[in-house]
Design a protein around this ligand. Structure first.
Ligand SMILES: CC(C)(COP(=O)(O)OP(=O)(O)OC[C@H]1O[C@@H](n2cnc3c(N)ncnc32)[C@H](O)[C@@H]1OP(=O)(O)O)[C@@H](O)C(=O)NCCC(=O)NCCS
Length: 243
């Protein structure tokens, strides 16, 4: 997926929001979304909760910094060879803006089952048993009926256990509840060489029910980023109809 440069059609801040004062298993607002808990192979016996970060977290510089690092590290690997060296997927300003707008869903690792301490992005927080961010997805409404997710990323230590699928399902569920009938995602795929990671992502999105509906113009959508591309790339738009 590509960096977010579009303005969404609608603010989604009224959606399920993690309440940092609640224990993790109650952190998603009842009736608006189901907490996603599970045991990951990479993190045995540790609960995971997914929810939109509360707007107040936009001013939590440690949390924002954790998310920025997580995303930039994940994309440095995932987009290797696609952009020129030095390209960064996101910034503190962008992440804090997404959080403030209620558009950033976070996956939190509950390091201690009895923990009721505040959400944190800090390593000291992790060590002391506070909730720690291990993944994210940016979700927004492009129109009243069209949802979109982007910037799907997981900490490398927490991959391979199905958490990315849960993040996508969270984004879809959220948009469906807001009245969307369609979901969209974008995938930038280099055309001058076979990119194994992008091929894997495309295969996965197809398995998730998405279909390529058109090739967009990366140049038109992201004029500031296009010059940073290291070579030619398809900018594929996928859609999935909710049934
Ligand atoms: C994309 C990302 C979030 C996926 O995380 P993950 O932990 O592999 O996610 P999941 O465990 O939910 O697996 C997703 C799918 O990939 C499959 N998969 C996992 N590891 C795989 C591997 N090494 N090879 C092929 N498929 C694999 C899983 O089987 C799963 O498919 P399924 O849901 O049909 O069973 C993670 O790799 C990441 O952060 N990547 C960097 C950022 C990025 O590329 N974002 C997407 C840009 S388009």
């Amino acid at each position: 997926m590509t960096p977010d440069r579009k303005t969404a059609g609608e603010d989604i801040s009224a959606a399920a929001v993690l309440d940092p004062t609640l224990p993790l298993d109650q952190a998603v607002t009842p009736g608006t979304a189901t907490p996603v808990s599970g045991v990951l192979s990479a993190a045995p016996n540790k609960d995971i909760t997914i929810g939109l970060a509360p707007a107040s977290a936009a001013d939590d510089s440690e949390l924002v910094s954790t998310v920025v690092t997580l995303v930039n590290n994940a994309y440095a690997d995932a987009e290797h060879g696609i952009f020129h060296a030095g390209y960064q997927r996101t910034s503190s300003a962008e992440i804090s803006g997404f959080i403030r707008q209620g558009r950033l869903a976070l996956a939190y690792l509950n390091a201690s089952p009895a923990n009721d301490s505040p959400v944190t992005g800090s390593r000291s927080g992790e060590a002391s048993g506070q909730r720690h961010v291990i993944g994210c997805v940016h979700v927004k409404l492009l129109s009243p009926t069209l949802g979109d997710f982007a910037m799907l990323a997981l900490d490398a230590n927490h991959r391979g256990g199905g958490l990315a699928r849960k993040l996508v399902l969270f984004a879809e569920d959220h948009c469906r509840k807001k009245g969307c009938t369609l979901m969209q995602l974008e995938l930038l795929v280099p055309t001058s060489f076979e990119h194994a990671g992008k091929a894997r992502m495309q295969a996965w999105y197809l398995r998730m029910g998405y279909r390529v509906v058109k090739l967009g113009s990366f140049q038109e959508e992201y004029p500031a980023l296009a010059p940073l591309l290291a070579g030619p790339a398809d900018y594929r738009i996928f859609e999935k109809e909710f049934v």
